[in-house]
Design a protein around this ligand. Structure first.
Ligand code: ADP
Ligand code: TRP
Length: 331
């Protein structure tokens, strides 16, 4: 059976982009593959979170994973820092990764622009740690959103380089995997493009947002002056709203507003009201489960203990082989 690995950094609450771009896929895959899903808390250290914030966001993301339907009996659900083998593999891979190629990565350049006063070496080697996460379980497939594709390409390069250097096809080359096979990008509400937690207040809808918050954010979403001709191409902000509608509303609702757009009778206020109601209906049961899981320390502890055991068993088997291949052998 093929192996699937993916993780999410605990940098805040999960939003609809994380859900439709990644987590919903995890839930589907868990019954079809040998799956490892983790909370990437090592990765989140690049932004220097306060210790209590780190602990809190790990709890939040774990509760959210469970609330979305990740089932510890079907997949291995763990916290990255509970598997120190990852850090050892990261060290080995750092010897194979060239500074030049890491500096050329678009996401590194973006981080340098975004946080010029904290360009730490962990940011530079972020894709190396991500590679360690993936190949430590010798994964074949990695479900992620579109934005992570360049990182996966780097992961394939590093895995291939290891294989070449140590003369064995030890690591499979990990391929991206999206919903229906295609990675997707969930748009935000500010008209600009991607939904993300760092794109400014109001752009993202979080799974744990209450109904009033969802309504407020959606009603403020950017639109345009409205179509003036039948079948007019949609402007990006309006196309974004339709994309969101398709994710949470019934085909009939989508059809209704498509038709209204195409014959120029659409009222964006009405469409937004419907979108907000459909998002709220969609997230309500998830939100209730998040609240229940978040307050169940015994359950969260048990999930992480079991996850750690299963993840370390897999990771340490890989590490033993890696050490042997590199030449660390017993006398
Ligand atoms: P953010 O962009 O909010 O910081 P992360 O970078 O932590 O989110 O992303 C975690 C996972 O969610 C990744 O697999 C990423 O590809 C996916 N993801 C994040 N935002 C979106 C989005 N708008 N559309 C699709 N997938 C997304
Ligand atoms: N870089 C990913 C993100 O920002 C999180 C991540 C860390 C990850 N390690 C991974 C995703 C391994 C997939 C596989 O969302």
């Amino acid at each position: 059976m093929e192996t699937v690995v993916s993780g999410i950094r605990p940098t805040g609450r999960l939003h609809l982009g994380n859900y439709f771009g990644a987590v919903v896929n995890f839930v589907k895959l868990q019954s079809q593959y040998r799956c490892f899903f983790f909370i990437a808390d090592y990765h989140s250290l690049t932004t220097h979170p306060h210790p209590s914030d780190l602990h809190g966001t790990v709890r939040q993301v774990l509760a959210e994973y469970l609330a979305c339907g990740l089932d510890p009996n079907q997949c291995t659900l763990y916290r990255q820092s509970d598997v120190p083998e990852t850090a050892e593999l990261y060290l080995f891979l750092n010897m194979l990764a060239y500074v030049g190629e890491l500096e050329r990565s678009a996401s590194f350049k973006e981080k340098v622009r975004a946080q010029p006063d904290n360009v730490n070496a962990g940011l530079l080697t972020y894709p190396v740690l991500m590679t360690a996460d993936i190949i430590i379980h010798r994964a074949h497939k990695v479900p992620v959103g579109k934005d992570q594709i360049p990182h996966l390409e780097m992961a394939r390069n590093f895995a291939e380089r290891f294989n070449r250097m140590y003369g064995e096809n030890f690591f499979p080359l990990p391929q991206p995997l999206g919903t229906e096979g295609e990675p997707i990008k969930v748009p935000g509400l500010d008209g600009s493009g991607k939904m993300g937690k760092s794109e400014g207040e109001g752009n993202a809808i979080f799974l744990s947002d209450d109904e009033a918050t969802i309504q407020r954010k959606v009603m403020k979403a950017v639109t345009d002056a409205g179509p003036t001709q039948p079948h007019q191409p949609k402007s990006p902000p309006v196309a974004n709203l339709f994309t969101l509608l398709k994710l949470v509303s019934s085909p009939d609702t989508v059809h209704h507003f498509e038709q209204a757009y195409n014959n120029c009778t659409i009222r964006y206020g009405e469409m937004k009201k419907q979108l907000a109601a459909d998002i709220a209906a969609f997230t309500a049961p998830i939100r209730q489960r998040i609240d229940a899981f978040k307050n169940d320390d015994a359950l969260l502890r048990r999930v992480l203990e079991e996850g750690q055991k299963k993840a370390r068993a897999s990771a340490s088997a890989t590490l033993a082989e890696v050490r042997r291949l590199i030449g660390f052998r017993k006398f």
